[in-house]
Design a binder for this molecule. Sequence first.
Ligand SMILES: NC(=O)c1ccc[n+]([C@@H]2O[C@H](COP(=O)([O-])OP(=O)(O)OC[C@H]3O[C@@H](n4cnc5c(N)ncnc54)[C@H](OP(=O)(O)O)[C@@H]3O)[C@@H](O)[C@H]2O)c1
Length: 262
Amino acid sequence: MNLELAGKVALVTGGTSGIGLAIAQRLGEEGCVVAICGRDADKLARALAQLRAGSIVAHGFLADVAQPAHMERLAGEVAAAAGGIDIVVSNAGTHVKGTLEQVTTAELEKQLRTKVLGPWELARQVAPLMRQRGGGRFIMIIGQAGKVPGAGIIASAVSNAAQHAFVKSLSDHLGRSNILVNAVCPSRISSPLADRLDLTGEVYLGRSLEQQEARWGAQVPMGRFGVPKDIANAVVFLASARASFICGANIDVDGGYQRSIL
Ligand SMILES: NC(=O)c1ccc[n+]([C@@H]2O[C@H](COP(=O)([O-])OP(=O)(O)OC[C@H]3O[C@@H](n4cnc5c(N)ncnc54)[C@H](OP(=O)(O)O)[C@@H]3O)[C@@H](O)[C@H]2O)c1
């Protein structure tokens, strides 16, 4: 299948690790010029070396998505370095676990800045650049806490539900400019984040990380954790010319774990 991605410019926030790096890799393999960003200079350098070792044309930028000024600067720098922007994958962030008593208001605010305000500002900056090129793609990675809230994941549930509202509203607005906005919703993906966090937040129930991981894998119909490339393949399809009438959708990529029909 020809995805018609060769020569497109794709920015992946949080493209220095895990899911984001796999997305940058797959887009690069399809011929995109990729731009990645993160906060850690060493991680950024390692990711760029990995991409370039595969003959991918890659640009790297230090930027914190929680800071709107960084998003404005990032959009300008990517457009200057690569000649424009066709595709944005809004992926940067982390999972915040804990109950109401455990998550401070400052932690929730940081999560909202990272997951909602940053992508908001980035969309404001890149939409005019995409319009200049006749269209584009804005794809958001949204963890499944946004559809299935819970006591131990309350902060991520709040931020991710807001991301769903953002994607749907933005798709309604930008679809008219041939900028297609969609979401990919991972769960149970092995990555540096999943490896270092008790993602289910069930420690408060007395379950160890090992107990949770064993329980999680068994609960997935496909019987395993996913890998970052599973998410990357879905993103590459949504970014491609083959997804030209998909707008405002959110696609679960989770081995069938999510039983919600919404
Ligand atoms: N793994 C899963 O099962 C899973 C499930 C649901 C949702 N997700 C979501 O998928 C996304 C990627 O997760 P992952 O598993 O690949 O995690 P990861 O390996 O920890 O990668 C996170 C990436 O985001 C960057 N990042 C984090 N905060 C940032 C900020 N404020 N500004 C700029 N960059 C930032 C990190 O780089 P720096 O640290 O250098 O900034 C890194 O490149 C996250 O948003 C996560 O919440 C993951």
